[in-house]
Design a protein around this ligand. Structure first.
Ligand SMILES: [Zn+2]
Length: 49
C-alpha cells in the first residue's frame, strides 16, 4: 500500500484530493494553492521550450 501524496508539497492527501491535469496526465494535490503552483510550473516550462 502506498500513501497518496500531494504532487506539489508531498504532504499526505485526504479522501478528497484535488485533481489537476498537467501535460496530459492527472496528478493529485492537497489544495487549490498546490494545484495552481503545478499549473504555473508547467506553463513556464513550456515557455522555455
Ligand atoms: Zn500540497
Amino acid at each position: 500500500m502506498t500513501t497518496q501524496t500531494c504532487a506539489a508539497c508531498d504532504c499526505e492527501l485526504d479522501a478528497n484530493p484535488i485533481k489537476v491535469k498537467i501535460g496530459g496526465k492527472t496528478v493529485e494535490v492537497c489544495c487549490e494553492e498546490c494545484a495552481q503552483k503545478l499549473k504555473e510550473a508547467h506553463a513556464s516550462a513550456q515557455e522555455q521550450g
